[in-house]
Ligand binder design. Structure first.
Ligand code: PLP
Length: 454
């Protein structure tokens, strides 16, 4: 059943007033937007009455599935009891305190202190304000520089956009310049840097770690504050690093008193079958851990910057008279967003959703590889857990990128599937509630779409 009157109204308002994120304005207004009107479980529907399997969990975030009554009840309960009051100074609220404690129970190492924000970008910005503050307080005032990686995605606020290494996101925007933020190679197994093409996995991990070490030495260790990495690079193309890479890099950072920041905005809360992936899967303990998205499955905006006991000890030193830790947002520790996260944790556990990822993740990856790699424009199929990417190429030998993911996306829509096109990459990051049947349907629709484009 269509809902055309409302759709026309939405299109009109959309065209006149709504600036869409990451959108080519020159084309989309003529086409009219797709108005998503309903979302339930692993599916969403639009105003034209079409239903789609959600292959991207909203945007890497709706881990427990859409439209849940139990989440609505928890959110309703918190709103009617005490929806929001600021937790600045000595006031607090029970959901924020309880959520901080529940996070601390699950984080690696002594990452026990949680600063709440409203999303991933803001959590990254907050991390670097805290890190610079921490270094200032311990008289390491020259330690300012931050090392990120090519193809990294860390967000869209001014600072997080500069941490981001995806060149296409920069174009005509201004940058802070490489004096403050510089980049080392992405840990890309498929397109390796010159000199690393023939290396074994272990040698390649060493090669990348050496590059990081040389970079730190070139900048001067006394000037380097931190190295930031996504445990699995997401928007940059679901790049899974060679085994041993994370630990090698973390060890080098320790050697030079460079903090390790793990951006787990995507890789936490079960997307890879664990609460957090850094220690549980990749064998390193960061000093700062960034998260958002799956923290409450995207039901209400929420993010977190989680810091180690050592950083907390330093930044919680007594201030000069009248001074305070001068950071915080209106929505730091928003009671309703935190209550939604607590309910989300309960659902993730009660429904054994991590087990589902651990069981079906390998099936998703294997089925995708077996079904799609034979196509002439599919250069690589890679991923882990419930993160998957299909890399489109015009030539399998040269690995030249084929920027046709948008066309595949359009074909998938016709077949009732939503994927995420990023240049030449098709990204899949479904809800953790995905079933085996859903996977079969997803891969067969995707195969048909790619076949039609190739
Ligand atoms: N970091 C990573 C790894 C992300 O994938 C994203 C968003 O996709 C962000 C940070 C930014 O998060 P947000 O869009 O909530 O600001």
């Amino acid at each position: 059943m269509t809902d055309s009157i409302k759709t026309d109204k939405v299109w009109q308002q959309d065209k006149n007033h709504f600036i869409h994120p990451y959108t080519d304005f020159s084309t989309f207004h003529e086409e009219g937007s797709q108005v998503i009107t309903k979302a339930k479980g692993n599916f969403v529907s639009d105003s034209q009455g079409n239903t789609f399997l959600d292959g991207i969990a909203g945007l890497w975030c709706v881990n427990i599935g859409h439209g849940r009554e139990d989440m609505a009840d928890a959110i309703h309960k918190q709103i009617t009891q005490m929806q929001y009051f600021n937790p600045f100074g000595h006031s607090t609220n029970a959901p924020a305190s309880e959520l901080a404690a529940e996070i601390a129970k699950r984080t690696p190492g002594d990452l026990n202190h949680v600063f709440f924000t409203s999303g991933g970008s803001v959590s990254n910005d907050s991390a670097f304000r805290i890190i610079h503050y921490y270094n200032n307080l311990r008289d390491k005032t020259t330690k300012k520089k931050i090392i990120s990686r090519d193809s990294a995605y860390h967000g869209s606020t001014y600072f997080a956009a500069n941490l981001t290494g995806i060149q296409a996101t920069k174009s005509s925007f201004d940058s802070l310049g490489d004096e403050l933020i510089s980049y080392v190679s992405a840990a890309d197994m498929y397109r390796r840097p010159i000199g690393a093409e023939q290396l074994t996995e272990d040698e390649y991990a060493c090669f990348l770690a050496n590059e990081l070490e040389n970079h730190i030495l070139r900048l001067g260790a006394d000037n380097v504050a931190a190295f930031i990495l996504e445990p699995v690079m997401g928007a940059g193309g679901v790049l899974v690093a060679p085994k041993g890479y994370h630990k090698k890099c973390a060890d080098i950072c320790r050697k030079y008193d460079v903090l390790v920041v793990a951006d787990e905005v995507v890789t936490a809360f079960g997307r890879l079958g664990q609460w957090f992936s850094s220690e549980a899967i990749f064998d390193f303990v960061p000093d700062v851990l960034i998260t958002a998205k799956g923290i409450n499955s995207g039901y209400i905006p929420l993010g977190a910057t989680i810091i180690s006991a050592d950083i907390y000890r330093v930044i919680s030193q007594p201030q000069c008279e009248g001074g305070v830790f001068s950071m915080g947002f209106t929505y730091s520790g928003h009671a309703t967003a935190c209550a939604a996260a607590l309910k989300n944790f309960e659902i993730l556990e009660q429904e054994s959703l991590f087990d589902n990822v651990n069981k079906l993740g390998p099936y998703l990856q294997q089925t995708a590889r077996e079904t799609l790699l034979t196509n002439s424009i599919v250069g690589d199929v890679r991923g882990t857990g419930f993160m998957l990417a299909i890399d489109l190429v015009s030539n399998k030998q040269t690995k030249e990128r084929l920027y046709q993911a948008q066309r595949v996306f359009e074909k998938c829509l016709e077949k009732g599937l939503i994927i995420r096109p990023v240049g030449n990459i098709i990204v899949i990051s479904p809800p953790l509630t995905l079933t085996r049947d859903n996977i079969d349907s997803l891969i067969s629709k995707l195969k048909e779409a790619i076949d039609e484009v190739s």
